[in-house]
Design a protein around this ligand. Sequence first.
Ligand code: ZN
Length: 160
Amino acid sequence: MKIAKDHVVSIHYTLKDSSGKEMESSFGDDPLVYLQGHKNIIPGLEEALEQKEVGDKVNVVIEPDKAYGTRNEQLVQAVPKTEFPDADKIEVGTHFEMDSPGGPILLVVTEIMDDKVVLDGNHPMAGMTLSFEVEIMEIRKATDEEVAHRHVHGPGGHHH
Ligand code: ZN
């Protein structure tokens, strides 16, 4: 069986940045299970895995436009500390969810100044070129329900 749209795929992967620094790895842990053809994973990885088979190893370098997009500096803003009820508890790395016209966005604190907090709404991997080493572990046809929901059910997937 080959990886194609509406197939559930289990992979192990190691993700490195452009300097070769390891950022994530599933080896030694549970594999990543996703539904091909439904934007469950970044477009560049989905493209690289299309038509591959169980046991195949795939190494691919993905530019930002096929990964998490380029950075948008307009999503970085300095907000006065007085606008936060618990300003003392805020640390670099603290997350906030904010409503926007396009749906909720996640803001991460990237810097704390004397009277302001810098919030960044970019994805942490926006602007990065990513290098994946992937091993394909399992492929199966998705159920009708999984295709309708656009995600995987059962082990490694969503539960409803
Ligand atoms: Zn579901």
